[in-house]
Design a protein around this ligand. Structure first.
Ligand code: ATP
Ligand code: MG
Length: 576
């Protein structure tokens, strides 16, 4: 723990390095849009969409996509739709649909009346597939999944035509209808586009566009036995909605020819432009929904909104603000090449935000009693405490001073190391907003552990008073022993202890940080916190930023540590 030293952060340096985040940075996507506006490609329209699959909670990577899509719509006076890509009913749930809407709104974005589902288009998509069959551009294939893989070929070897590729249009129509009616079991038939089994692009080798899945859908129930593949549904849904720029992550670059093929072959007049950007990767974080689900299902974390999760709901519960996440997304920008962002930058963004906004309080996390033996037994007094030194308009509050106090165990050492400026024999220390105190004696229990420290105070040293001239090197926080509230405090740390916890041949669970959660049960906090509402954040001086947990109750108060005070990002920047 450090002494109070507000000058530690080099603010000028910080502002210069992390330049103005208000103006949208020019990026290659905006350049494409600007060009399209000049050539009038889309009749001066800019219309984007955010298309989550409701198979998990949104995470910070999705936040990047949300900020990008909704941000572009706002800046260009355009629109952004929210569209659920709900084409795989076996993994999708209504719980996810609801949480996704809540999270997008919480981030500060609004789709107005443009909430759509790919499933809204199931009938129309089916008709598009029938059209392709009629045009001789799709066929029903009886190969099994294994056979499909075998026939597909590899990057270096062309694939083989399916033996069913030349079925007549009539036979294809009849069989596709049977697929629709549920006459075939799962996995026995697919509808495939007829493109080119020798294409160097594997996505163009007669890709599957419909599969049989006898699974009820969370919206369409038992209506459908067949479901469209993502590649087929996505571009067509974009076209139906009049999307102009369909922004997705890099792994879809090789799918773009297929995206364009469907729209061209089906003669869509409106043809959205797919643009790919690099997904967000963060150090010390796993971002794959499949792995996040595993963490939840194996109870490695306490649900999708566990404050250690990189989910938006986890970050919210941890005390992150929407502004801090939006600023973070602005700062990292949009790139065309894969990269990994230092998680310290995300932590910096919330520190910077809360530094400006958070009410300061004192909270003792590991309490040890101090008795001021020359302070009258039943006397108390109110001391003036600043609410936020960054924002004088937040004013001040009163804290109660008394003979018995708590300080951090760590802030007293009988045998201090060099440069220890806190309380120790022979060393005075200032109590924040209060007086300078001096060590007299330490009371120990039978095992020799210190349970109480006796001190004297110097009445001439009251903070802010005219006669207070004396300076000491250290200032520590404290809480009155009979005017405080007890609380549980959860100290969260990174969930993983390696920079890149996932990857080929690695089991990400082997890299879990065993110290990612420390629970402190009897912390003593300033009375000021007694009416706190869940989600409110504070700076506990010298300790970090803390947020009242959503499951906290009057009987069992729980604060989550959002982030510690030390800013490793600023440190890294300053070393450059
Ligand atoms: P899945 O593997 O389930 O498809 P996904 O991460 O692609 O997972 P989606 O729900 O399909 O999840 O994503 C919705 C949108 O968010 C997509 O446009 C996707 O490109 C974007 N997105 C997902 N992950 C990231 C990320 N890490 N960085 C930026 N954008 C992302
Ligand atoms: Mg996806």
């Amino acid at each position: 723990m450090e002494e109070l030293n507000p000058k530690k952060l080099d603010k000028n340096k910080m502002d210069a390095d992390l330049s103005d985040s208000k103006k949208p940075a020019i990026n290659f996507i905006r350049e494409i849009i600007d060009k399209d506006l000049v050539t009038n490609k889309y009749n001066q329209k800019v219309h984007t969409r955010f298309p989550p699959e409701p198979n998990g909670y949104l995470h910070i990577g999705h936040a990047k996509s949300i900020c990008l899509n909704f941000g572009i719509a706002i800046d260009y006076n355009g629109q952004c739709n929210l569209r659920f890509d709900d084409t795989n009913p076996s993994k999708e749930e209504i719980e996810y649909v609801n949480s996704i809407q809540e999270d997008v709104h919480w981030l500060g974005f609004d789709w107005e009346d443009r909430l759509f589902y790919a499933s809204d288009y199931f009938e129309r998509l089916y008709n598009c597939a029938v059209q392709l069959i009629k045009d001789g551009k799709a066929f029903v294939c009886d190969l099994t999944a294994d056979q499909l893989r075998e026939y597909r070929g590899t990057l270096t070897e062309a694939g083989k035509n399916s033996p069913y590729r030349n079925r007549s249009i009539e036979e294809n129509l009849t069989r596709f209808e049977k697929m629709k009616n549920g006459d075939f079991p799962d996995g026995t038939h697919t509808l495939r586009a007829k493109i080119d089994m020798a294409s160097p692009n594997l996505n163009m080798r007669d890709p599957v566009i419909y599969r049989i899945l006898k699974v009820p859908h969370h919206r369409t129930g038992d209506t459908w036995y067949i479901y469209p593949m993502y590649d087929f549904a996505h571009g067509i849904s974009d076209a139906y909605e009049g999307i102009t720029h369909s922004i997705c992550t890099l792994e879809f670059e090789d799918h773009r020819p297929l995206y364009d093929w469907f729209l061209n072959e089906l003669n869509f007049k409106h043809h959205p432009q797919q643009i790919e950007f690099a997904r967000l990767n963060l150090t010390y974080t796993v971002m794959s929904k499949r792995k996040l689900l595993q963490l939840v299902e194996e109870k490695i974390v306490d649900g999708w909104d566990d404050p250690r999760m990189p989910t938006i709901s986890g970050l919210r519960r941890r005390g992150y603000s929407p502004e801090s996440i939006r600023n973070f997304c602005d700062r990292i920008g949009v790139a065309k090449r894969e990269n990994v962002i230092d998680v310290a930058l995300l932590e910096h963004s919330i520190r910077e935000d809360l530094n400006k906004k958070a009410q300061r309080v004192m909270g003792v996390l590991r309490p040890m009693k101090v008795v001021i033996i020359n302070y009258p037994e039943h006397q108390t007094e109110e001391l003036e405490a600043v609410n936020n030194p960054e924002d004088p308009s937040m004013g001040s509050r009163k804290v109660i001073f008394s003979r018995e106090l708590y300080i951090e165990k760590d802030d007293f050492k009988e045998d201090p190391p060099k440069k220890y400026f806190r309380l120790s024999p022979g060393n005075e220390v200032r109590l924040r907003y209060g007086y300078i105190i001096k060590y007299v004696d330490a009371i120990k229990d039978a095992s020799g552990e210190i349970i109480e420290v006796h001190c004297t105070y110097d009445p001439e040293t009251k903070s802010g008073s005219a006669q207070s001239q004396r300076k000491v090197k250290g200032t520590i926080h404290w809480v009155s022993a009979n005017n405080n509230i007890s609380s549980e405090v959860r100290l969260y740390d990174r969930l993983f202890n390696t920079e890149i916890p996932e990857g080929k041949g690695k089991d990400f669970r082997e890299n879990l940080n065993p110290k990612s959660l420390e629970i402190l049960s009897d912390c003593k906090l300033e009375m000021f916190l007694k009416d706190t509402k869940p989600g409110e954040t504070f700076q506990f001086e010298r300790q970090g930023y803390f947020c009242l947990d959503k499951h906290s109750s009057n009987k069992n108060l729980v604060f989550n540590r959002t982030v510690a005070l030390r800013d490793s990002w600023t440190k890294i920047e300053n070393q450059k």
